[in-house]
Write a protein that binds this ligand. Structure first.
Ligand code: FES
Length: 116
C-alpha cells in the first residue's frame, strides 16, 4: 500500500473503490462522491492518480471541471492553482489549502481513503 501524505489513512477498511483508471481523462479530473463528500479524482501528465476535495477553497466551484497540468489543477472560475500532491494553493486568488486524500491502485482499480 502506498501512502503520500503524513495524515494518510492506512486502514484497509478506509479505502473505497471509486473507479477504474481508464474511466478518467488521460490528463484531467472527474468528480466522485465518497461518503457524501465530493472528491476530484485526477490523472496527471505522468499518469499518476490523485484525489483532492472537489470544491475550490476560493468559492463553491468544482475543481474537477478545471485543467490539469503536471501535478497542478487550475480552477476554471478565477484561475487558482493547487498542487494535487499537497493541496497547497500555488496561484491566487485562493490562499487556503484543500484536503488531499490517499489513493491506492490495485491494477486498474482506483481506491481512495478520505483524510481530514
Ligand atoms: S472559485 Fe476557484 S478560483 Fe475562484
Amino acid at each position: 500500500m502506498s501512502t503520500s501524505t503524513p495524515q494518510a489513512a492506512t486502514r484497509e477498511e478506509d479505502f473505497v473503490h471509486v473507479c477504474r483508471v481508464q474511466d478518467l481523462p488521460e490528463v484531467g479530473a472527474a468528480c466522485a462522491e465518497i461518503e457524501g463528500r465530493r472528491v476530484a479524482i485526477a490523472r496527471d501528465s505522468e499518469g499518476r492518480v490523485h484525489a483532492i476535495d472537489d470544491t475550490c477553497s476560493h468559492a463553491n466551484v468544482s475543481l474537477s471541471e478545471g485543467e490539469v497540468e503536471g501535478t497542478t489543477i487550475e480552477c476554471w472560475l478565477h484561475g487558482s492553482r493547487f498542487d494535487m500532491t499537497t493541496g497547497e494553493p500555488t496561484g491566487l486568488p485562493a490562499t487556503v489549502p484543500i484536503a488531499v486524500h490517499t489513493v491506492r491502485l490495485d491494477g486498474d482499480d482506483v481506491y481512495v481513503a478520505l483524510n481530514d
